[in-house]
Each structure stands twice: as C-alpha cells, then as structure tokens.
Design a protein around this ligand. Structure first.
Ligand code: CTP
Length: 450
C-alpha cells in the first residue's frame, strides 16, 4: 500500500485545497492529511486564521479524500510522522518548492502545481475591511508597535496624535501618517481604531473619548489607575459595542497560552504558589525611572507579573500586602505584592533600578513550571519534578522580536469578530489589575509623604 502525506492550515477551505487533496490522493492508496493547530500557526507567524481547527478538519474530511486526519502542532513533526506512518510520498504545493527537500532522505517529495488565483490569504482579505488605525503618543513604544503592524493584514496606520508638535512631526514624516496635535476629535474622525501609547496618566482620558466616538481601542498598560475607572471604561465599551483591549503583550503570545494549558491540565498537580518577577535597570532619566507619581517599578511592570497570577488563580483573592522601597527620585525602586487566596499564595516582584532573576515559577503538588527570564516574551519553559533527572521541556517560539504582532492580530480578530471570546485577557482580569494599582498608588503616596 502506497502512503501519501500532506499538510496545511486549510483555512476558509477553497478550491485550491480541494484540488491538492484530490491529486495527493491519486498519488497513492492511503492519504494522511495533517491540519495545523492554531497554536502552531501562530508560532510560525500565521496570525489571522479564521476557522477554528474543528471546522478546518471537518472541511478536509468532507472532501472524502483523506483516509486519516492528524494534527500538526510542532516543528520537526513532519519527520516524525513520515517515520511513524511509513510514508512513501510527501506532497505540498509549489509555493513550497525546495523547502522540504530535506525530507528526501525519508521518502519521495512531490510539489504539485498550485491552483491559480486563490488562497486563504486572498479570501481573508475579501472578508475584512481595512481598519484605519491612529496612534496616540509618538514615543519609543509607538515606533516598535508601528513596525509590527505590517505583519498583520487588514490594518493600516493612517494618523498619529500628540500635543507635542516636534515629536509628532518627526514621527509623521518617518512613517507617512497624518499628524494631529490639537484637535483629538478630528484625529478620531479620521480613524476606525486607536492604539494609545501616551504617558500612563493620560491613557484613561484618551480611551474614554475614543470609545465615545465609537472607535475600537487598544491601550498600553496600565490603562487606568483606579478600579472605578476601569469598570467605567469596560462598561462604556460594551454599551457602545467597540473593542477595548489592554495591551499586556505577554497575554497574547502563543507560548503563554501553552504555559497556561500545561499549568491547568494537572501536570504539576494542584497549583499552590506563583512567583512572578520582572526587573530592569533602565536609563535613570527615563520616565519610568524618574516620574515619582506615574512611573516606577510596579506601574511599569506590574501588569506583567499580575497576569499569570490572575490567569491561573483568578481575581477573587482574599487579601494583598503591598511593600515598596523607594529610590532617590521617589519612584518605587522595588515592589513586592503578596496575594493570599484560599489555600494558595502568589507574589509579584517588580524592580526599576534593582536587578533580580526575572523568572516565573508556578508551584504545584506534583511539580513546578519554570519559565526563565524573559518569561514575558516566552519562547520556552520547563516542567520539573521531585526527581531532578526528569525535566519536560516545552519550546513555544514566536515570530518577531517583541511579540507586538500577536497583540495586534488579537485586536484585529476581535474587531472582525473572528477571535472567539476574550479569554486571553478578560475585562475582569484587567479591572482586577486596576484595583491593585489603585491600592499600590495610595500606599506609595503615603510612603512618599504626599
Ligand atoms: N494550495 C494549492 N493551491 C492554492 C492554495 C493552496 O495547491 N491556490 C495548497 C498549498 O500549496 C498547500 C495546501 O494547499 O500544499 C494547504 O495550503 P494552505 O497554506 O492551507 O493554503 P493557502 O491558501 O496557501 O493559505 P495561506 O494563504 O494562508 O498561506
């Protein structure tokens, strides 16, 4: 019996997919089709899949050509599958010519002519209207964000807003976007959605006005400093039916999703404690290192350290203890927040001007998960056990340097209604973070003697 294998995402199933499966089947007696998981696609930079995996599998099955359907979820799996299933012929379309020649050691490799003028990418473009995005604030972070927007289809940055003209004009020229410096309403009138990357204390006002104007909003963390304001903004967004998303990048990375799945699936038993640490020795002149009111360690990095805690232990902790040591400029140089849950504990450690081991440790009754620095840009993690010789290593790569494109893709999925519900960072979790920030700020004000 001659066995053939082929792979694909098979998103928005089309004629090109049908044709290649038909011809692949004709090359042998038994056809195995590997369908990619969303997680695998995301890790290799394919960010805008529309159909969930069950739909994609079902569509492949409905052709009647596949004798067996398997799931492809990691690099290197093709060699494993070829050996495991005793494959004679590996098939892919001509868009991949040469790319899989390394498999010739194991079986025949055949590239079949692609069906012209059709692809999932084209179908996705037809489905989506182009979202015109405006950026509020034109500093460092805006530049990094802007550079990544080109990797996500369906979005175009068309305008920038900043009351400071000099910075705005430089930015507008560099990126060919329309500059707006005085009239925020007019800026809003020129876009469908905004990304707010202005100084922390200005976030909430920009967000509120954008929502009221009917625009979708992606806002840098922390979005607000108070519980009430966070509730107000999420309610407003719900009422006005626009997307409101807090930009905590780690939440949208494929590796972080995988870490959460492993933590939840019982591998380490019952979770008893989480320790998340994020420190940086930044430029003493920078806003985060010098702004005693709105900068400092917890304000800058606390959203990251609270993220795994709230995702895994929930938001209904019983108590928090917040302690900081202040630096010369009055910022909190180091802040420790301890969360007490019913029978569970968690600690967030953040430092601006203090260096420590930036790791995430999730301790359970059977073992622990260790994600090393920089776990907020997670690419791999380990599960470790009492038996030190046993370590399960998980590779969870992502494409790009700082993960912005995953956050942008999620924002687009939400706007287009293709992203499912907002399980990656819920309004409730974001509101819970604002509550801690509020408590932290009042304690720090007292400490500072304001
Ligand atoms: N394919 C084809 N003809 C097309 C489109 C795809 O023969 N017009 C083949 C690909 O070469 C691949 C398989 O179908 O062997 C699955 O491809 P997949 O990447 O899922 O489909 P695309 O339409 O190419 O998806 P995308 O646009 O997202 O890259």
């Amino acid at each position: 019996m001659k066995k053939v294998i082929t792979y694909g995402s098979f998103d928005l199933f089309h004629e090109g997919h049908y044709n290649i499966l038909k011809r692949a089947k004709e090359l042998g007696d038994y056809l195995i089709v590997g369908v990619t998981t969303e997680h695998y696609d995301r890790s290799r930079g394919k960010l805008n899949l529309v159909d969930p995996i069950m739909t994609r599998i079902e569509n492949v099955r409905n052709t009647g050509f596949a004798d067996e359907i398997i799931v492809e979820d990691h690099d290197g799996q093709k060699i494993e599958d070829i050996q495991r299933y005793g494959i004679d012929t590996f098939v892919l379309g001509t868009d991949w010519v040469g790319k899989f020649d390394y498999l010739k050691k194991y079986c025949d490799v055949v590239y079949l002519e692609r069906t012209p003028d059709i692809s999932s990418t084209l179908k996705r473009k037809d489905m989506k209207r182009l979202i015109k995005l405006g950026i509020v604030g034109t500093g460092r972070i805006a530049r990094r964000f802007q550079a990544e927007t080109i990797f996500v289809s369906g979005i175009e940055v068309v305008a920038a807003f900043n009351p400071e003209k000099e910075s705005l004009e430089k930015y507008a020229e560099e990126y060919s976007v329309l500059p707006f410096s005085g009239d925020y309403d007019r800026f809003l009138g020129s876009v469908d959605a905004v990304y707010v990357a202005s100084p922390n204390e200005t976030h909430a006002d920009y967000v509120r006005k954008a929502i009221i104007a009917g625009k979708h909003v992606l806002c840098e963390k922390p979005m607000t400093f108070t519980y009430d304001e966070a509730v107000e903004l999420y309610n407003l967004a719900k009422k006005d039916r626009v997307v409101l998303m807090e930009g905590i990048r780690a939440a949208y990375l494929p590796g972080f999703q995988q870490l959460l799945s492993v933590a939840r699936d019982g591998t380490i038993g019952e979770i008893c404690d989480i320790e998340a640490c994020f420190t940086r020795l930044g430029d003493p002149e920078s806003r985060e290192m010098s702004d005693a009111r709105y900068g400092g360690a917890f304000m800058e990095y606390g959203s990251y350290t609270m993220l795994p805690i709230f995702k895994l232990l929930g938001t209904d902790y019983e108590d928090t203890i917040i302690d900081s040591i202040l630096g010369e400029s009055g910022i909190d140089r180091f802040t420790k927040v301890q969360f007490r849950y019913k029978n569970k504990l968690a600690t967030s450690k953040t430092g601006a001007g203090v260096k420590s081991e930036g790791q995430l440790v999730i301790s359970g009754t059977k073992g622990y998960i260790l994600a090393q620095s920089p776990w907020w840009l997670i690419r791999s993690f380990d599960v470790r056990y009492e038996d030190e010789s046993r370590v399960d290593h998980f590779e969870a790569p992502f494409v790009g340097r700082d993960g912005f494109r995953y956050e942008i893709a999620e924002f687009m999925d939400k706007i287009n209604g293709t992203g499912g519900n907002d399980y990656k960072l819920t309004a409730e979790e974001s509101i819970a973070m604002a509550r801690v920030v509020e408590k932290f700020m009042s304690i720090r004000r007292e400490q500072q003697g304001f």
